[in-house]
Design a protein around this ligand. Sequence first.
Ligand code: 8ID
Ligand code: ZN
Length: 349
Amino acid sequence: TIPEKQWAQVVEKQGGPPGYKQIPVPTPGPDEVLVKIKYTGVCHTDLHAMKGDWPLPTKMPFVGGHEGAGIVVAKGELVTNIEIGDHAGIKWLNGSCLVCEFCQTTDEPLCAAAQLSGYTVDGTFQQYAIGKAAHVAKLDKEIPLDAVAPILCAGITVYKGLKESGARPGHTVAIVGAGGGLGSLAQQYARAMGLHVIAIDGGEEKRVMCEKLGAETYIDFSTSKDLVADVKAATPQGLGAHAVILLAVSEKPFEQAIEYVRPRGTIVAIGIPAHAFLKAPVFETVIKMIDIKGSYVGNRQDGVEAIDFFARGLINAPFKTVPLKDLPKVFELMEENKIAGRYVLEIPE
Ligand code: 8ID
Ligand code: ZN
């Protein structure tokens, strides 16, 4: 039976912190499912949402979270693609209109009417969360719900970003912010795709983790005397990285990437530091034929594929599990860039 009240982490004012309290359990609409969340990842986007530092307003008050894995416990009368009892994941893209040109051409993250979990609709930092049935990820029952949670945003996003980079097996990819949630998964996807990995982040804990995850080179941005030279030295013939995947939450690497990307290479911006600009010299961009682009989560099929990589055992990134009530502590660590990998919240029964 579904209770009337549930525990949730609720942000009531911009800047937070979230408050752990009881709120009503929502009822799914005709095209929606209600998912009993078992585990949810904590993404840096959730911290941006709490701080309100992006030029896109959140609903207020709101429940954050968009990497939620659990069990379908109720569904609306129009839902035919998923059943009560099925395991399901709620992603960043909670819903989209399904009929605009972007939705029709597999670019649903670009839908102008897209609903965003934990941002424009309540997300997964609660016991029961709503998702549009057309967008929830169906999860085979053998898939562990804790480890798959970070795949639902971080995994899908870096998988899509690596595809968007055009890097081919054997190429070298520089992953900036490699020690974080997206970065740790990016290394695993890159390795599964047959890429050479240069991991860039700060500190010894992240070095140890990156080397375990398969990085051939770790470059510490906080101690390197010449980061550009260090990256180039780690690439064949010193030509630079075929692709740079920018996941850091600071502006500097977004300007620096042009200096170590290989001619004909691609820079993919994925991290979204607030108020930051992507600045590149026109001269180098032209004469090196550099491709600079953004990549935003993934479509539903990218989700299916990213989860399939995980289900095949190709993706093993570290995560730490703490109870839902500890979310404010996770945000504090995240703010200080002290998290190697991802935190996953266990939702109480
Ligand atoms: O669809 C998208 N584009 C998408 C999806 C999901 C998340 C974008 N994001 C965005 C988030 O909103 C956030 O801005 O990606 C960014 C990274 O999210 P995350 O991986 O969840 O954050 P994290 O775990 O805090 O990792 C960030 C890492 O960057 C490192 C930090 O040390 C940390 O490990 N870092 C920083 I800050 N500055 C760096 C620098 N100069 C750096 N690493 C290398 N060089
Ligand atoms: Zn996210």
